[in-house]
Design a protein around this ligand. Structure first.
Ligand SMILES: [Zn+2]
Length: 253
């Protein structure tokens, strides 16, 4: 509550661009004052926390790290990378990464490229995922979290990812899912109706789990669908602030 009130007043006074630069400093300050503790932990910024901040979206709530802003899925992804596919990746491509993960991976991995087409996220390049200029079989690891649901021609995008992934490379995909079949309708372009039908004003579809699996398989990937939070016991899930049901489509070729 206090966090929300402070943020509201602050955003009213400070322009967005300035805020973006100031944010890490302010977060560190707020963390120092209110959120230091021993009950929870963020592996992205390596901070021990008194609590996570609950953020409410239309699609549900999430646990945000007060210090770095990481979301449940960002922390889950990092632990998955560290514990499950801990390979010495040489070439990494990350689509629209959360700022916290970008900061970490761009510092610790030498050939890390973050790409964001619409320039809303921290990124090094701004290519359209359906028109990528990278050479074939360039990347050992591609991270594509919460991107494909924005792309009208997702087949083209996935084909491109297949082309630029090395043999035996890893592609990690996450998208919002619904029960049953994938729902898409290209004639819906009104942001309000998109929000109502697909869950967000800039989404063009909502995937069904099995349909996405088939789509990826048809393009040539081997797929393992991983409910990674479930690999941790309840105490650990709470400790890391994980949410339920954030499936990772782990694709290899
Ligand atoms: Zn953090």
């Amino acid at each position: 509550m206090m966090y929300k009130s402070i943020k509201k007043i602050y955003l009213f006074i400070i322009p967005r661009k300035v805020h973006y630069k100031l944010e890490p400093l302010i977060r560190s300050f707020l963390y120092f004052l209110f959120y230091r503790g021993d009950d929870f932990y963020c592996p992205i910024c390596n901070s021990r926390l008194k609590k996570f901040i609950t953020i409410n979206f239309k699609s549900g709530s999430d646990n945000s790290c007060p210090k770095c802003g990481s979301l449940s899925r960002t922390r889950l992804l990092l632990l998955y990378l560290q514990k499950e596919i801990n390979a010495p990746f040489h070439e990494i491509l990350d689509f629209s990464p959360h700022r916290s993960l970008y900061n970490l991976l761009s510092k610790t991995k030498e050939n890390y490229i973050a790409n964001d087409f619409e320039n809303q996220f921290h990124a090094d390049t701004h290519y359209d995922i359906t028109k990528l200029p990278f050479e074939e079989k360039k990347f050992d690891l591609i991270i594509c979290f919460h991107v494909l649901e924005h792309i009208t021609n997702d087949n083209k995008a996935i084909n491109n990812l297949f082309k630029i992934l090395k043999n035996k490379g890893n592609l990690l995909i996450q998208v919002p899912l619904k029960k049953g079949k994938t729902y898409e309708d290209n004639s819906i372009t009104d942001p309000k109706i998109r929000e109502e039908k697909f869950g967000q004003s800039d989404h063009v579809r909502i995937y069904g789990k099995e349909d996405l699996k088939i789509k990826l398989k048809d393009i040539g990937f081997n797929i393992k669908i991983v409910d990674y939070a479930e690999k941790f016991d309840l105490k650990e899930q709470k400790y890391y602030g994980f949410k339920k049901g954030e499936l990772i489509f782990h694709c290899t070729k």
